[in-house]
Ligand binder design. Structure first.
Ligand SMILES: *Cc1c(COP(=O)(O)O)cnc(C)c1O
Length: 367
């Protein structure tokens, strides 16, 4: 039997182990936040924004961010139907109503025209998720958010290292969130970040993230509101600091892997792969193969064949509105159609050419 090919796996070197060991040895007492502080500083510097709050997950960062904007009961938030549950759960948990709109068939990211027709007088914000590392048309979304006085939020969990207009993604929304889950381009085990350059928003988010305690409060143990505890640990932050030193090579490797698959599969096989909006450079987090309709292949067939070859493929996100949790919106036709004939391909840092070729061979054998 061929060796098992996982779809994701972090790259952990001696550097990461040294940093984590140091945090375990000396990151206590008055040093108990030292790696967290360093990580927040280095990450906002890398992205090119003023402020960063390191969190226990991207979901936590999104919850704090939405709450800090005052989003809650009676409000509507527009997002792409094609999304991970983590993007919508905080909206629902805060009592707001998610409005699912269709994706662009080329970039698989939220379609700006569909956003316009979904705006009501209850709409407060639009979430732009850079799906699989493909970058949203941020300029169009920013313009329409400005026009209708809506907050633009970037879910950049899958887009570390991506650019829009030569700037890192995550800098155009009032805030953006990143994920450092073990499947993402850079990891802290579990973890996330909230990024912003808006000082008032940052103050509010920081207070909420610190159990409602304002940073200028001099009295000990004195929260002024009910907040959250979604903090990244110092040990995780140490891992993050080490990964940040290697971030350019982590992102570069993702690009190499996607390019390899694209060269092997695109055109020849009636397969479409990741594409980004104009003015952007994609982050290439997850290589996705979408079989053209006329090929007549379903995700179930693709998955079963990969499994037979000991390869871990993953399905393209189901439309959130198709879950039993929500009311279906089948009018979002691209969100409903594309996942039926698409698959995520293994793309971990250390994947070999031979392993990627094995994946391609399986897909080719389906033609
Ligand atoms: C991974 C992911 C998240 C959630 O990240 P966690 O760190 O697991 O909370 C949110 N949005 C998108 C688009 C993701 O891919």
């Amino acid at each position: 039997m061929n060796d098992f090919i996982p779809y994701a796996k972090p790259s952990i070197t001696v550097l990461e182990r040294e940093y984590v060991n140091d945090a375990m040895k000396s990151g206590w007492g008055k040093n108990c936040y030292s790696y967290i502080d360093k990580f927040e500083e280095n990450f906002s510097q890398y992205i090119g924004s003023k402020f960063c709050i390191a969190t226990s997950s991207c979901t936590g960062a999104m919850t704090i961010g939405l709450h800090a904007l005052g989003i809650g009961a009676g409000d509507e938030v527009i997002l792409a139907d094609t999304n991970w549950i983590a993007t919508v759960a905080p909206i629902v948990n805060l009592g707001a109503k998610p409005i699912f709109v269709d994706i662009d068939p080329i970039t698989w990211c939220i379609d700006a025209k569909s956003v316009i027709s979904a705006i009501t007088d209850k709409t407060k914000a639009v979430v732009a998720t850079h799906l699989y590392g493909n970058i949203c048309d941020l300029e169009q979304l920013k313009n329409l958010c400005d026009k209708y006085s809506l907050f633009l939020i970037e879910d950049a969990a899958e887009a570390l290292g991506g650019f829009y207009n030569k700037k890192h993604v995550g800098t155009m929304g009032v805030f953006s969130v990143f994920s450092f889950h073990g499947t993402k381009t850079m990891t802290t085990g579990e973890g996330g970040a909230l990024i912003t350059s808006d000082e008032n928003f940052y103050d509010e988010a920081l207070t909420l993230s610190n159990h409602g305690r304002n940073i200028n409060e001099t009295k000990q143990f004195w929260p002024s509101k009910i907040g959250y505890k979604f903090k990244m640990s110092n040990i995780q932050a140490a891992l993050g600091c080490a990964q940040l030193i290697r971030v350019n090579s982590l992102v570069k490797r993702k690009r190499e892997i996607l390019d390899f698959y694209k060269n092997e599969l695109q055109e020849i096989l009636h397969i479409k792969m990741n594409q980004s909006s104009k003015n952007s450079e994609m982050a290439s987090w997850m290589p996705v193969a979408v079989f053209k309709k006329e090929v007549g292949i379903s995700r179930e067939i693709i998955l079963a064949n990969l499994k037979k070859s000991n390869i871990d493929g993953r399905v393209f996100f189901f439309p959130l509105s198709s879950l039993d949790l929500f009311e279906a919106v089948p009018e979002n036709r691209f969100s409903y159609d594309i996942p039926t004939r698409a698959i995520n391909l293994p793309s971990f840092h250390d994947i070999s050419k031979a392993q990627m070729s094995r994946v391609c061979d399986v897909l080719r054998s389906l033609m």
